[in-house]
Design a protein around this ligand. Structure first.
Ligand code: TRP
Ligand code: ZN
Length: 889
């Protein structure tokens, strides 16, 4: 907990370390009521910092120092200084060895950072600054060391003892205990250290590398989960193959291990050779995990595996560079998932997520550049901006360089910096050097916060047969009050003729066509505050298709009318933009309904939306997953994000009205599709493949519309699906549909049957909590409070907190934003309680309250009041303090 004024850390203050650690030798003695950690650090003065021997300041928190020795000299109390964050000693020579022994308490560590217990097993989470809760160390990513780790524990309770690298020995010890030693030959920063001890079983496989050598693959789980590892194993092997083929990157140790733990603050962690995963990101089988969960497992397994190169072999110099590894790795895993499944659908999902959540972050009090300039608590900077916007920045690099140029750049980056701790500038420099380009201006994407706006206008000159597009870019102010200079915005576009065909694109001044036809889709680089591009040889006024594939993370506006959007929905050759046109049409129609609701008028839906969706639904040649995406109206959170002042009730009423109209007017088409797809599901066994995902996604969105009709045969169909399906995707959808329906008796019965059947599977129970927490029927808060008393719920498990509290505050907007402020009070109480248990989780759950500026004055006052109450509640963790104080500033 924070005792003094929290310190702000600045990027501009970065200095290389005074000392280096060449070798780290650790011995852990695990006991039920404490753990002893003995560390021997082989150290030397950092030659880059010049002569002299300044004091050595080691990071350490919540450690009880038992002994310290410098070379062979035992240190007395007068020989060192200790405070709550550090141990300071005075080296006597350029090369020396430091020995320490400390006592720690993993058994009572509820923050889940450092060494802690998840259920009956010991595990670690060291990123970003958790290693300092294990031993005194230079806990910063530019200090890279080899590690040897010995773990000693009771044989019976902890038969499996793991750490990074290769196993080099094991054997029995006294008192029913045993030991194992692991050696990691690759130098790494402490944040990649891992240790696991428990009664674990494993699923095993091998992967044969391009070079012909085998790697042993193991996924460790508690015995009851052995039957849920196959999907992760298949995903791992696909990831290894893909990184060889697409990036030329081979795995570098002879063993790769994944361990699944139930209590974990994030999704997973890329510790060298020993990835530790939230069980939600490993375990998946048809009966217990949805299609979305299967895809998440595939994506997260890939993400952590890809870190072995983008993160571990080449790591970050300091935590301001976090996006160096995270943005790049998210981009890599997104491309992997696109290759394994449907590319367009993956892009749609990612963009919808970015625009709803990252854009909101970038417009709020916690807005920061992809490479932040300062922070109080680094755990607060594992953000959508660093991850998702960071990935968009890497995607733009590839768009500007082309696939081959990008590969040349990444080859140079890995070759040049292997074994180093580097910066985002080094990444860009490799891209520049490999391609002979200058990205000086492009790098503003790393240093300037905020989402750029790009306003586009057109002019057609019939006499000259030219068509001009003028782009005006601007970036709204962010809390740093920094001046914003123009970004480099790659805009991929096409021009459609009256028949919907793409026109050949030739800019004025470009030489007459060579032998080849000019391209029909091309990337323009917008680099000025205002810039015009003129196309020549355009015989009639075209319709532009702008920002194809969402080629830059900007808010683009062009004055399309609804008929033009319907035309693009049908004819655009870019699948992403067909969906985008549908979304823009829906936004226009919904905003009109929101206005009607606010003026107290009867709601009247523009029929063109129904016509457009009916056309999509009736087109058998479209990918069903695309149909499902197009049928999904923009979410309430997105409608909130694009509002000046969000009217929660009007947004909800408008969207529900539109859904009801769609359900009624397209009932027959939806019903036909539903029945055909349900029949296909009934007659084929579950497969986790893109084609099956697609079929079920359309089936399920159709069902959720159909149930709005309240017709008895739809209820019957829902119950049939709920009871007789063979997979969690269909079962959970049926449950969610019932939970949101007026059929009280059926709802209660289904919820009870589901809980009874799955009570021993915590991940499935998370789904059961979420579905209820997200239900927008009145009385949401009371339901959530009641569910908190359920025996399967605990605040100590982050997945449970996310499933119930996160789903309520993030997805159940009408209930959370109840006008009496009850939702806000509830969340603030929880944050205060969580602050003492798990600061990282407390801080993340706070996010909805930080968006107070989006709402009407009455709600603003209530939300601010709760933030102030949190601030005054006592000793706050640096995590919660930073978010609350910045939100109120
Ligand atoms: N590096 C992890 C990832 O792949 C992030 C992570 C896992 C993390 N656990 C954490 C970050 C705990 C902070 C705290 O994305
Ligand atoms: Zn990552």
């Amino acid at each position: 907990m924070r005792t003094e004024q929290p310190q702000v850390i600045y990027l501009k203050d970065y200095q290389a370390p005074e000392y280096l650690i060449d070798e780290t030798h650790l011995t852990f003695e695990l006991f039920e009521d404490h753990t002893l950690v003995h560390a021997q650090l082989v150290m030397r003065r950092n030659p880059a910092r010049g002569a002299g021997l300044p004091p050595l300041v080691l990071d350490g928190q919540q450690l009880e120092l038992l002994r310290a020795a410098l070379d062979d000299r035992e240190l007395q109390a007068a020989d060192y200084q200790l405070d709550g964050d550090s141990l300071t000693v005075q080296p006597q020579a350029e090369h020396f060895t430091l020995d320490t022994s400390v006592k720690i308490h993993p058994e009572s560590n509820t923050a889940l950072e450092g060494l802690y217990k998840s259920g009956k097993m010991f595990c670690t989470q060291c990123e970003a600054e958790g290693f300092r809760k294990i031993t005194y160390y230079l806990d910063r990513p530019d200090v890279m060391s080899s590690f040897t780790t010995t773990v000693i524990a009771e044989q019976h309770r902890y038969p499996v003892l793991l750490s990074n690298g290769n196993p080099t020995g094991s054997g029995p010890a006294e008192d029913g205990r045993h030991w194992a030693t692991w050696e990691d030959p690759f130098k790494k920063p402490a944040y990649l250290f891992a240790l696991v001890a428990g009664d674990l079983w494993c699923v095993e496989d091998t992967f044969t590398r391009q070079s012909g050598r085998d790697v042993l693959l193991r996924i460790y789980v508690e015995p009851e989960n052995l039957d849920k590892c196959d999907h992760a194993m298949v995903s791992l092997k696909k990831s290894m193959r893909w990184d060889e083929e697409v990036y030329g990157r081979e795995y570098d140790l002879d063993i790769f291990m994944i361990v699944a733990v139930n209590d974990f603050n994030m999704g997973a962690m890329e510790n060298k050779g020993l990835n530790i995963f939230n069980s939600s990101c490993v375990l998946a089988r048809a009966e217990t995990a949805t299609d979305a969960a299967h895809q998440r497992v595939e994506g997260v397994v890939a993400h952590e595996y890809f870190h072995n190169w983008s993160g571990n072999r080449v790591t970050c110099r300091d935590w301001f560079q976090l996006s160096l590894k995270e943005g790049f790795t998210v981009f890599r895993d997104a491309e992997f998932s696109a290759d394994m499944n449907s590319r367009t659908v993956k892009r749609i999902e990612d963009v919808a997520y970015l625009r709803t959540h990252q854009f909101a972050e970038d417009a709020g009090p916690m807005a920061h550049p992809v490479r932040p300039d300062s922070f109080i608590e680094i755990s607060n900077f594992y953000t959508l901006t660093v991850y998702e916007k960071g990935a968009e920045v890497v995607r733009m690099v590839r768009t500007l360089l082309g696939a081959d140029g990008f590969r040349k750049g990444s080859d140079l980056y890995f070759e040049r910096h292997d074994g180093q701790a580097v910066t985002t500038d080094d990444f860009i420099k490799a891209m520049e050097d490999a391609n002979g380009v200058d990205f000086t201006q492009f790098k503003r994407w790393y240093s300037q916060a905020g989402t750029p706006r790009l306003e586009v206008s057109e002019a057609y000159d019939a006499a000259a047969q030219t068509y001009s597009l003028t782009f005006r870019q601007s970036c709204p102010p962010t809390p740093d009050k920094a001046e914003k200079l123009p970004f480099v915005i790659p805009v991929e576009l096409g021009l459609l003729d009256a028949a919907g065909n793409d026109l050949p694109l030739q800019l004025a001044g470009e030489g007459a066509a060579t032998a080849a036809e000019p391209a029909t889709s091309r990337v323009l680089s917008v680099t000025e505050a205002e810039q015009t591009f003129t196309f020549q040889g355009i015989q009639a006024k075209p319709l532009p298709s702008l920002l194809r594939g969402f080629s830059a993370p900007v808010k683009l506006s062009f004055p399309y009318d609804r008929d033009q959007l319907m035309f693009l929905m049908q004819h655009d050759s870019d699948g992403f933009n067909r969906w985008e046109a549908g979304q823009q049409l829906a936004v226009q129609v919904l905003q009109e309904l929101i206005g009607q609701h606010q003026r107290g008028e009867a709601l009247k839906l523009d029929q063109r939306l129904i016509t457009a969706l009916g056309t999509v639904l009736g087109n058998p040649s479209l990918d069903p997953a695309m149909v499902a995406e197009m049928l999904s109206l923009p979410g309430e959170a997105y409608l909130t994000e694009i509002s000046q002042v969000a009217d929660v009730d009007a947004i909800h009423a408008a969207r529900e009205f539109a859904r009801q109209q769609i359900a009624e007017q397209l009932f027959d088409a939806l019903w036909a599709r539903y029945q055909a797809h349900r029949e296909a599901s009934r007659s084929t066994a579950y497969v986790a493949s893109a084609e099956h995902f697609a079929r079920r996604s359309l089936q399920n969105i159709a069902l959720s519309y159909l149930m709005l009709s309240g017709k008895p045969h739809v209820l019957e169909a829902t119950l049939e699906q709920f009871e007789h399906c063979d997979n969690m995707t269909e079962r959970l959808t049926a449950l969610a549909v019932l939970v949101n329906s007026p059929f009280q008796a059926e709802r209660a019965k289904a919820l009870e049957a589901f809980a009874e059947h799955f009570k021993d599977n915590p991940l499935v129970m998370d789904q059961w909590f979420s579905v209820q927490a997200a239900s927008t029927l009145p009385g949401g808060l009371a339901r959530v409070k009641a569910l908190m008393q359920h025996p399967a719920f605990t605040l100590k498990n982050p997945n449970k907190v996310r499933a119930l509290i996160g789903a309520f505050a993030g997805q159940n907007l009408v209930n959370f934003h109840a006008a009496d402020g009850s939702g806000y009070r509830f969340l603030a109480d929880l944050v205060i309680e969580l602050n003492a248990l798990n600061p990282q989780i407390a801080s993340r759950q706070l996010a909805p309250l930080t968006r107070w500026r989006k709402y009407d004055e009455a709600r603003q006052a209530l939300m601010k009041g709760e933030l102030e109450r949190i601030l005054a509640s006592g000793e706050l963790s640096s995590d919660v303090y930073e978010v609350v104080s910045k939100s109120l500033a």
